[in-house]
Design a protein. Structure first.
Lengths: 421, 270
């Protein structure tokens, strides 16, 4: 990929194998010799970090599934059995639960990095779209997984999310509820729902692994983008992936794992909701139903719209918008480094997402008190939602036309020279 | 949990500074839990075995009259064979034998004795703590409609954790502020949601007589039982802290070595 193969089989066996199933050639070309721009910075390590986290989640998840019981009467206690009676069960479960959060921390940084350096622009549109699909699969998997411990938030989270479909009743009466009933396998979230969510939670990670393979394939055809956002001009601009990026990625994976494990061992319930240590109870609604932190911005957008169906459409739209980014950005320049206006809008977008997350974490009627003036959070969420959509659908297309980018360097190996001109 | 607490406190302080100047205390909202310093907090925190023994005594003699501890077995109380508890195997055996648990059918297939009572047998270490009530309805009927929650995970299932549980215990039965009406049969507790709690003040000075000679003040008893319940909710905490220390050292070493390798490999890349 990305140029002719440089693999030379050395032994008799590898020559024999190479003419039958060139696995070694494939590994050599994609993981060792693969020419990689030499200016990739820290933010490019998150691909490796995500692969590492997917591995951790699958490994710990397979072990958890050996001890977990997908039954509405037994699930909660089976998780506590893992915590109390299975050797190192507490470690495996805390790694898995915190692993989900750190998987999302990594994917958000990875996505913001792609946005900042214009990694979605031609010829990397398919790479970006596969990434969005991966993200949506992660969201689905995480949602199913959060239901499994069958605590109060599991149950009520599942109820709220699956009820989104009943909003469709407003267009096609009864059809939305029919879909919800079909999803539940009953007339409410119950044992049947838990069983199918467990099945899907076990299935989807392998789908993710498959799409990851496509994602990496789609990366290796055009090759990596880089912080300058300019094309690789020749071999002087690249380094072989191994050992340069294997060692660099390994270092950052270790740092990331260090932080992740610090949470596993010293603050394992930091990202969790205490209510999920109370068994699911269909007749007691918790005072505030909140999703996991990584879904809070969408939850804020949903609640910022006073009409249920429109709210669901806005929330779905916020996710689907990501698929169109390659064509919404009209600028010829990839990297935001050379886009003075985009830089400001980009960072405001990052802050906007954080504001949405904060609004989603607070109760629906909360307000921000500034002196004697109380500003309802829902209005902040509305403005933030407006900016979220405005950033992609208005600012991105417009900036490409009105913005004057800074001059681009001539090549990756001569960025300083170009800047001096 | 602790970081979350710090964040919550910081945020609460922020809100408080902007709001408190304007309004008097909002009696519909609970007070922040009283911050205590617990022996198991921090990366090297461990439970205090003597405190856990005292806390168990408070649970056994007071709390267990209404609160179940379904997820904990007598065996869990042992510190032998890699256990995380606070008693020896022999002590655990004696404790278990002091409880009556439902027995299986006898050799003739009877499940009740001559007078129709369910057959019971003395507990063994493998048994879990028997619940004080047969079911939720019985528990509510005996407690004025309120349901005493199971205490196995209580500390982890409440915002505020150990501080919250401690505050509820010491705050229960406090004198309500002027103008606050407490419903008949309920009690004022400034730390409980709505400030009205169904639980009668569970502890007072000398509710128990500690066998280790510790003076049984209300504060002491509340501290001790909170320690026991924290252990019950997170019995593997000490293993977690111990292993975590080794893992952190290893990861630091690994990161350091990888950093040096990274520097060496990249030295002549430019």
């Amino acid at each position: 990929m990305s140029g002719p193969s440089t693999y030379v089989p050395k032994s008799g066996f590898s020559r024999w194998m190479d003419s039958r199933l060139p696995l070694m050639r494939f590994a050599h070309d994609t993981m060792l010799a693969f020419p990689t721009p030499k200016n990739l910075n820290f933010w490019y390590a998150f691909g490796a970090i995500l692969t590492f986290m997917l591995g951790i989640q699958i490994l710990t998840g397979v072990v958890l599934a050996m001890h977990y019981v997908a039954n509405a009467d037994l699930a909660f206690n089976s998780v506590e059995g893992i915590m109390r009676n299975i050797n190192y069960g507490w470690l495996i479960r805390y790694m898995h639960a915190n692993g989900a959060s750190f998987f999302f921390i990594a994917v958000y940084i990875h996505m913001f990095r792609g946005l900042y350096y214009g990694s979605y622009k031609a010829p990397r549109e398919v790479l970006w779209i596969l990434g969005v699909i991966l993200y949506l699969l992660m969201v689905a998997t995480a949602f199913f997984g959060y239901v499994l411990p069958w605590g109060q938030m599991s149950f009520w989270g599942a109820t709220v999310i699956t009820n989104f479909f009943s909003a469709l009743d407003q267009i096609t009466p009864h059809w939305g509820s029919a879909i919800a009933t079909w999803l539940w396998g009953g007339f409410a979230v119950g044992d049947a729902t838990l069983n199918r969510f467990f099945s899907l939670h076990y299935l989807l990670p392998f789908v993710i692994a498959g799409v990851v393979a496509l994602h990496i394939w789609a990366l290796h055809v055009p090759g990596n983008n880089n912080p300058l956002g300019i094309d690789v001009k020749g071999p002087q601009d690249t380094l072989p992936f191994h050992p340069y990026y294997t060692v660099k990625d390994a270092f950052y994976v270790a740092i990331f794992a260090l932080i992740y494990l610090a949470f596993v061992f010293y603050a394992p319930n930091f990202f969790g909701n205490p209510d999920n240590y109370t068994p699911a109870n269909p007749v007691v609604t918790p005072p505030d139903i909140v999703p996991e932190w990584y879904l809070l911005p969408y939850y804020a957008m949903l609640r910022s719209v006073p009409q249920k169906l429109l709210g669901v459409i806005v929330m779905a739209g916020s996710l689907l918008t990501l698929l169109f980014i390659p064509w919404l950005d009209t600028s010829k320049v990839r990297s935001t480094r050379f886009r003075p206006m985009m830089k400001q809008f980009f960072w405001f977008f990052v802050i906007d997402c954080a504001i949405l997350g904060y609004c989603g974490s607070q109760s629906a009627d909360a307000s921000l008190t500034l002196g004697s003036f109380a500003l309802p959070l829902v209005w902040i969420a509305r403005l933030a939602t407006l900016y979220y959509f405005g950033f992609f659908w208005v600012i991105m297309p417009l900036l490409g036309i009105i913005e004057r980018p800074k001059p681009l360097p001539t090549s990756i190996s001569q960025p300083v020279l170009a800047a001096a001109e | 949990m602790m970081t979350m607490k710090v964040l919550t406190l910081a945020f609460a302080a922020l809100i408080a500074t902007s709001a408190s100047a304007l309004a008097a205390e909002d009696l519909s909202q609970p007070q922040e839990p009283i911050k205590q310093s617990w022996s198991w907090e921090g990366p090297f925190g461990m439970y205090d075995r003597a405190q856990l023994q005292r806390g168990f005594q408070v649970y056994k003699e007071v709390c267990s009259a209404c609160h179940s501890l379904n997820l904990v077995s007598f065996n869990d109380l042992s510190y032998e064979h890699g256990g995380t508890g606070m008693f020896s195997d022999a002590q655990v055996k004696a404790i278990a034998a002091g409880y009556k648990v439902p027995a299986g059918p006898d050799e003739k297939g009877n499940t009740t004795d001559e007078s129709g009572n369910p057959l019971m047998r003395p507990g063994i270490p493998a048994d879990h703590f028997p619940a004080p009530f047969a079911n939720e309805e019985a528990a509510r009927a005996a407690n004025g409609g309120a349901l005493p929650p199971d205490q196995s995970l209580l500390v982890k299932a409440r915002e505020g954790g150990a501080d919250y549980v401690y505050s509820i215990v010491v705050g229960d039965g406090a004198k309500p502020p002027h103008g606050f009406k407490v419903v008949e049969g309920k009690y004022y507790d400034p730390y409980f949601a709505g400030r009205t709690i169904g639980m009668p003040p569970p502890l007072r000075d000398d509710s128990v007589t500690y066998s280790d000679g510790t003076k049984a003040t209300l504060d002491q008893e509340a501290q001790d039982v909170t320690a026991f319940l924290s252990w019950a909710a997170e019995p593997k905490l000490e293993d977690r802290h111990r292993i975590g220390f080794g893992v952190m050292l290893f990861m630091l070493l690994l990161s350091g070595l990888l950093f040096l390798s990274y520097r060496k490999v990249w030295k002549d890349a430019h």
